[in-house]
Design a protein around this ligand. Structure first.
Ligand SMILES: Nc1ncnc2c1ncn2[C@@H]1O[C@H](COP(=O)(O)OP(=O)(O)OP(=O)(O)O)[C@@H](O)[C@H]1O
Ligand SMILES: [Mg+2]
Length: 376
């Protein structure tokens, strides 16, 4: 039995691996330095990317369509060569190493399974290519199929499986060769919302248990936040920010990241006076940790930090608004308010709160601690 899997299975038996055994499982760090890639004269896919991904980390590349996520993943897999720059996995320089000589496997969005072959033959394919004897192949396949809880399906043909089952087989096929690094290109985007959120949690747990380095690609910020240790936000082949989900969400580096993380309440700063900033909402008091943003930067007001009512003392970060729209979302209620001619979103929990109607005049309280300034 393979080392990683046996250590993993031992976790569920009486003889759990010691901390030292867990620590010696293989995982690789990744260092990208100044990667450039263009397709033809004007399609710049990567525009000088520097990244350090830690060993054993769940790292996500997040960004809009066409920002270079797949190109970056293909360069890591060796399926694309960078025009410039270097790539290290562990202590090995991989820039010139062909794909089959890298300890890196990819789960593609399209699954890329052989539909007419059985699950067993699909899972055994990579092991066969590596020349493993049949008995060992069978043992590894049974082991990984049990691990992803599809052990009873190994003799079925792939075209007789559901989308979610195929997705798990694609994942198992990439895991069975025990790569140091697993690359996943939007592997969940074809699944329905329920299955998707279930697999998000499963995948994240699996990664933590195996201790492999995962590089995951998505354009869905919620998915990225749920699963990742750290996120890199990309735009037009450039990294805009790297950080833990809470950092990227709560302290976006600039307006692009803020918008991409779903923040609508961004207001250009017109003037700053000490800890007070003026925007189209009026003057608001900041906390000293809010950032140094000045005229030309933006003020970010997160909708879930606003409160409808007189929570802060009079004369102090209160705004007067009128309810334009109320959106019922089950666990929460979203209000679109008009404040000084600006549209302001407020998210309130749906927990015995007073419900406001369109047309109601309301007071909104803004705590200085919840405001941040971001670069434009
Ligand atoms: N083989 C190619 N030939 C020409 N242009 C390409 C090629 N592959 C990618 N590009 C271009 O490079 C840019 C980055 O593409 P990439 O596939 O990396 O984006 P992505 O972030 O994965 O997008 P999506 O979320 O839509 O999958 C795009 O402008 C794309 O059109
Ligand atoms: Mg892509």
């Amino acid at each position: 039995m393979s080392n990683r899997m046996s250590a993993e299975l031992a976790e569920h038996s009486d003889t759990s691996p010691t901390d030292q055994e867990v620590a010696t499982r293989k995982a690789s760090s990744i260092e990208l330095h100044s990667l450039h890639k263009r397709f033809g004269a004007d399609a710049v896919a990567l525009d000088g990317v520097d990244l350090s991904i830690h060993a054993g980390e769940f790292f996500t590349l997040l960004g809009p369509s066409g920002c270079g996520k797949t190109t970056l993943l293909r360069i890591l897999a060796g399926l694309e060569a960078p025009d410039q720059g270097t790539l290290m996995v562990g202590d090995k320089e991989l820039t010139e190493v062909p794909p089959h000589r890298r300890s890196v496997n990819t789960v593609f969005q399209s699954y890329a399974l052989f539909p007419h072959l059985s699950v067993r033959d699909n899972l055994a394919f990579g092991l066969k290519m590596r020349g493993l004897p049949a008995a060992e192949r069978d043992a590894r396949v049974d082991e990984i199929a049990a691990f992803i809880k599809l052990g009873d399906l190994v003799e079925r043909r792939v075209d007789q499986l559901s989308g979610g089952q195929r997705q798990r087989i694609a994942l198992a096929r990439a895991l069975v060769c025990e790569p140091d690094v697993l690359l996943l290109d939007e592997p969940l985007s074809a699944l329905d919302a329920g299955l998707r959120s279930q697999l998000q949690v499963e995948l994240q747990r699996l990664q933590k248990r195996l201790g492999m380095t995962f590089v995951f690609v998505t354009h869905d910020q919620d998915e990225a936040m749920v699963m990742s240790d750290r996120i890199a936000v990309l735009d037009s082949g450039n990294i805009q920010q790297v950080g833990a989900p809470s950092e990227v969400y709560e302290r976006p580096a600039n307006a692009f990241v803020a918008r991409f993380m779903g923040h609508d309440n961004l207001f250009p700063i017109l003037a700053r006076d000490g800890l007070r900033v003026q925007s189209d909402l009026g003057w608001l008091e900041l906390h000293k940790h809010a950032g140094q943003g000045d005229a030309g930067d933006c003020l970010l007001v997160r909708p879930e930090t606003l409160e409808i009512g007189d929570v802060v003392p009079e004369g102090y970060n209160r705004l007067a608004g009128v309810v334009q729209e109320r959106l019922y979302r089950g666990s929460r209620i979203e209000y679109v308010l008009e404040v000084n001619g600006q549209s302001l979103m407020v998210v309130a929990s749906n927990l015995g709160q007073q419900v406001h109607q369109a047309g109601d005049a309301v007071t909104i309280s803004v705590c200085p601690e919840d405001l941040v300034t971001v670069a434009a």
